[in-house]
Design a protein. Structure first.
Length: 400
């Protein structure tokens, strides 16, 4: 005869193997206890943000020439011999001619239109002339129309003041955006939803900037523009989830069927498949832009724009699912009325379980404690709880 514990374990295994992950995603019946595991997500996202902040403070950013100022030279990537000019050769010739190291040397574009761009600190006219002459004489670049010589090498000077102006305008735009979004969310939803959405938004910004700092990617004006564009996407997904949470929790203080945390988790499950589908569809053109910008046209404006968008969109999807709603639940539970409602739900379940177990035995002693007695606010009841009640229910007749 099998023990109740063995029966319960067997039933749990049968339940866990019933239905695939995709089926549970499609049904959206609350099978994924995301809100109940929120402390785990807080640790994961908190550690990620800490790493990003430390990298930004200790390592800083690899600012492009548009922010720091300097000189940029551009020459064709093809030589007279029909060979591709190597980046290492360009860097060697440039350093020997000017006595300065390059900030970056990269190949841009493909085919006959490919060029090599050299970025360095600000050079005077004599240094620029020596660099162009050395590159033309030693590497012999040839343009797509067959032109050769120094005339095929262009130069431009970039002032750091222009990059500073871009940064200042970007910060102003970010501040205005956050203020307007906060007002909108507070009016459309409520203050706690607005605060939770802003918390997820801050996470997306910090993680995206942290990735650039950790990897050492160059920050360009296109990077700043891309960072501003991902803010709307991040908030869009969060607003969709919160709208469902608002629908599921309407009038919940007068009900004892489920707690606010459980209703929010159900809303998250009901919109989970939509969030995944929306994210995949949104990422496809960004990946295409990244392939075109890097694979076909070389590292340039398109590549910078697509890279920051892809990083920010992935961070936005994760935060809207695993961070925004759990954070909202904890903010809600700071209010006594929601804690009281959760306690009423717990007491109702305990009473229902005790009635199902048969109350007290003939000696006036209560039977074994209900499996539902351990239900706490934010925990989603599992099928094993009901089986535990059935396993603990006595099979013999009650004493009279």
């Amino acid at each position: 005869m099998s023990s109740p514990q063995g029966t319960e374990k067997h039933a749990d295994r049968a339940s866990s193997s019933k239905g695939s992950v995709f089926e549970r995603l499609y049904v959206g019946n609350g099978a994924f206890d995301i809100v109940g595991s929120r402390k785990r997500w807080y640790v994961v996202f908190g550690a990620l943000m800490l790493i990003c902040v430390l990298s930004m403070v200790l390592r800083g950013f690899n600012l492009g020439i548009d922010f720091e100022g300097g000189t940029r030279l551009s020459l064709p990537a093809q030589s007279e011999a029909g060979q591709v000019i190597q980046v290492e050769d360009v860097q060697r010739v440039f350093t020997a001619a000017t006595g300065q190291d390059t900030s970056s040397v990269q190949s841009v574009g493909t085919g006959d239109g490919a060029t090599i761009q050299v970025k360095s600190e600000t050079l005077d006219n004599n240094q620029v002339a020596r660099a162009k002459a050395a590159l033309a004489n030693e590497l012999k670049p040839v343009s797509a129309d067959g032109g050769t010589g120094v005339g095929q090498i262009s130069d431009s000077a970039v002032s750091g003041t222009w990059g500073g102006e871009i940064s200042r305008q970007a910060l102003i735009a970010l501040a205005v955006f956050i203020v307007l979004v906060t007002v909108f969310l507070a009016l459309y939803f409520e203050k706690w939803m607005a605060l939770a959405a802003l918390g997820a938004l801050v996470h997306d910004i910090v993680v995206t900037m942290g990735v650039y700092s950790i990897i050492g990617l160059e920050v360009t004006p296109a990077t700043v523009i891309g960072l501003l564009t991902i803010l709307g996407f991040s908030l869009y997904d969060t607003v969709v989830v919160f709208d469902k949470v608002k629908e599921n929790t309407r009038g919940i203080l007068g009900l004892t069927r489920r707690t606010y945390a459980e209703a929010a988790n159900l809303a998250l499950n009901q919109t989970l498949m939509r969030s995944i589908n929306t994210s995949v569809i949104a990422l496809l053109p960004v990946i295409g832009l990244l392939v075109v910008g890097v694979g076909l046209l070389g590292v340039g404006t398109l590549g910078d724009l697509a890279l920051v968008q892809m990083t920010g969109m992935i961070a936005g999807v994760l935060s809207s699912i695993f961070l925004a709603t759990p954070f909202l639940v904890d903010l809600k539970l700071t209010e006594p009325r929601y804690r009281q409602q959760a306690e009423k739900v717990r007491q109702r379940r305990v009473g229902a379980a005790r009635r199902a177990e048969g109350g007290e035995d003939g000696d006036g002693e209560p039977r074994r404690e209900s499996a539902y007695a351990g239900v706490v606010p934010g925990r989603i009841p599992k099928a094993s709880d009901a089986r535990r009640v059935a396993a603990n229910r006595p099979t013999g007749k009650r004493k009279r």
